[in-house]
Design a protein around this ligand. Structure first.
Ligand code: WTA
Length: 634
């Protein structure tokens, strides 16, 4: 165990503790465990409900749990309408900086106005409760506006990360059967334009369901606008209909059942087909707001910055919904962390007086390598707490983050969670003594354990499978259109227990140390990708007969994708072909999925039933023993 060899414990910061919401992690865990339903009901009472719930938890049809059954609310109402009735109407909800340095700010009043107008636009296009809307945009304020407008009218948003490309977008539009896509002409990233609208045009050649495309003008380059299908966002927002439906800048908020779907978010699993994780209005609202408030001790006067992209769960829960539910001020930055220089993030922390900052280990490692002089040029003294997410943080990066960015006074909140969990599950609170590299203990109300193959808890220090033993309000409800896969993937390895797909250890103090994925999911720079998706992108190239992808350790990215390719007869391996294949994956899936390396092989190790044995490839690549090969084909 890392900490037993190097006992290194960071006690809670006295300044943070002086005003912290929760004074003892263990006591709160104990309190929540005595009456979990009462615990979550208390949290839910912080929000406005059009009708109170009849039952906190309905577990009569496991694992299809329901929360706040019979309750009626709308998360967008709690993000906006609730605040504009109070003094918070004048508080900044969102501060945005573009990559080129433009600044836009929205008070709660202004954000509500834009969301109302856009929800009227959506309604006028026929979007109604339950319809799916795909959002494929850069990191611009119109992205949260679009999400909140969908929630307001009861539509189900499906945000596709703006770094994905044609095939990834096409698959997600098709599976969700969306009628509307909201996009941008392009987005800025590292001084270059990502051609979002062109990618949409190409994807739509393969999709049948889309009737309308709404385009936010961001980069201003020439794009094709198909008449009758494509509309400029600004033109629509200027129409009388945007303002008129409910009278001057207002719009009715749809009354939703607590269990009505709020969004789909596609995430990678073990097959080539991404899973549409479904989250709902009521439970998700209670879960994300409570976790953000308690883990990051977010106060009325704080300025919060989560550097994630809204296209991933971290952005959904902790750029958009969590902060808005708490009436906080959320900062959002459009571009790359090193544009134009490696001090960009630190300069914005100084400029905007960010107090609480949440990022990923890969970003910390990436910025660390430019040296301390870059952050040291800036006054970072407003920072109170720091956070990380996405993969285990190596203690070296943890210590650098703590010492150089937090000046030794900010706790590092290492939050373990998943697209599926919706909210933090294992995380320190400010009161928790910290050990670098450990996400510490479960959030109050959550019961986590580590099982061996047979479902027995392992002894302290031993590696096993991380499981969650009781339901929580922000949990996924199902895989959209595939409830069987939901049951099989998450609830079948150990009946009645949620299987996370991660391996972990618990130390003698009960601290959890997450090790990594045990399935075919790869975390590249904290982004979740499936080996099977990369493989199917490769196989769609005419030269490729078969392909296998694995994740191997990478200094900055955590893991990088390495691929093994068998060519079709008539094709010869060459450097040029390897480059062409990398570019092909980039074009189909997006730049983050581009393989680090392509190795041409004559054969792939397979089981007798024809399944590629990726673990054998991985062991070979790392020079490790290949393990049990009894199922390997001759
Ligand atoms: C990994 C991201 C260690 C883990 C919110 C999980 C982490 C997967 C941590 C989910 C952490 C996330 N320490 N590992 N603090 N946070 N992970 O769905 O393997 O993109 O299963 O959600 O990321 O990735 P996802």
């Amino acid at each position: 165990m890392p900490n037993e060899i190097h006992p290194e414990i960071y006690p809670p910061s006295p300044e943070v503790m002086a005003a912290a919401y929760i004074k003892s992690h263990d006591e709160m865990i104990h309190k929540a465990s005595e009456d979990p339903e009462g615990f979550w009901a208390d949290r839910a009472r912080e929000f406005e409900w059009f009708k109170p719930w009849d039952k906190v938890l309905d577990d009569s049809n496991k694992p299809f749990f329901k929360w706040f059954v019979g309750g009626r609310t709308n998360i967008a109402y709690n993000c906006l309408d609730r605040h504009v009735k109070t003094w918070r109407r004048n508080k900044l909800a969102l501060i945005w900086e573009g990559e080129k340095g433009e600044v836009r700010t929205f008070s709660y009043h202004a954000l509500n106005r834009e969301v109302c107008k856009f929800s009227n636009v959506l309604r006028s296009m026929g979007v109604k409760k339950g319809d799916r809307v795909t959002i494929y945009m850069g990191r611009v304020p119109e992205l949260p506006i679009a999400m909140l407008a969908c929630a307001k009218v009861g539509a189900v948003h499906s945000v596709v990360y703006g770094g994905f490309s044609v095939e990834a977008l096409h698959g997600r539009i098709d599976d969700s059967q969306s009628n509307v896509v909201i996009t941008c002409d392009g987005s800025w990233m590292n001084g270059k334009i990502v051609e979002l609208k062109n990618i949409v045009d190409e994807a739509l050649k393969r999709c049948a369901t889309i009737e309308h495309v709404i385009v936010v003008k961001r980069t201003g380059q020439q794009v094709q606008m198909e008449s009758g299908r494509d509309y400029w966002y600004d033109d629509l927002m200027g129409l009388p209909v945007a303002r008129a439906l409910a009278g001057g800048n207002r719009s009715e908020t749809e009354v939703m059942d607590a269990e009505d779907p709020l969004f789909l978010l596609y995430t990678s699993g073990t097959t080539g087909k991404p899973k549409a994780i479904l989250h709902t209005h009521g439970g998700y609202m209670v879960g994300v707001a409570t976790t953000l408030q308690w883990a990051f001790d977010l106060k009325e006067e704080d300025r919060w910055w989560c550097t994630a992209d809204p296209g991933w769960i971290t952005g959904h829960s902790y750029i958009v919904y969590g902060p808005m539910l708490l009436g906080a001020t959320s900062f959002m930055y459009e571009g790359a962390p090193t544009f134009p220089y490696p001090n960009r993030w630190w300069s914005m922390i100084e400029k905007y007086g960010i107090n609480v900052f949440y990022t990923a280990p890969t970003a910390i490692r990436g910025l660390m390598r430019f040296g301390e002089a870059w952050p040291n040029r800036h006054d970072l003294s407003a920072l109170r707490l720091l956070g990380t997410v996405g993969e285990p943080i190596n203690p070296e990066a943890w210590r650098w983050y703590h010492r150089v960015i937090g000046k030794g006074k900010c706790p590092i909140i290492d939050t373990w969670w998943q697209t599926e969990t919706g909210m933090f599950m294992i995380t320190p609170l400010p009161a928790t003594p910290l050990k670098p590299g450990s996400a510490t203990k479960p959030f109050p109300g959550i019961i986590a354990d580590i099982y061996d193959e047979a479902g027995k808890p392992v002894a302290p220090g031993e590696e096993g499978f991380l499981v969650l033993k009781n339901p929580w309000p922000a949990m996924m409800r199902t895989i959209y259109n595939d409830p069987d896969r939901y049951v099989q993937q998450y609830w079948s390895k150990y009946p009645g227990v949620y299987f996370t797909g991660d391996s972990a250890r618990k130390d003698a103090d009960g601290y959890i140390w997450v090790i990594g994925r045990v399935d075919d999911v790869i975390k590249v720079s904290g982004y979740r990708l499936g080996t099977a998706e990369v493989e199917s992108a490769l196989v769609s190239h005419p030269a490729v007969a078969e392909a296998a992808a694995i994740g191997l350790h990478h200094e900055i990215k955590g893991h990088a994708i390495h691929t093994y390719v068998m060519l079709k007869a008539g094709y010869e391996p060459s450097e040029a072909l390897a480059e062409e294949l990398k570019a092909h994956v980039g074009h189909e899936m997006g730049p983050i999925a581009k393989p680090e390396k392509i190795t041409f092989v004559k054969q792939l190790p397979k089981t007798r039933s024809g399944k590629i044995m990726r673990r054998v490839l991985k062991a070979r690549a790392q020079g490790l023993p290949e393990g049990d090969l009894t199922t390997l084909e001759e």
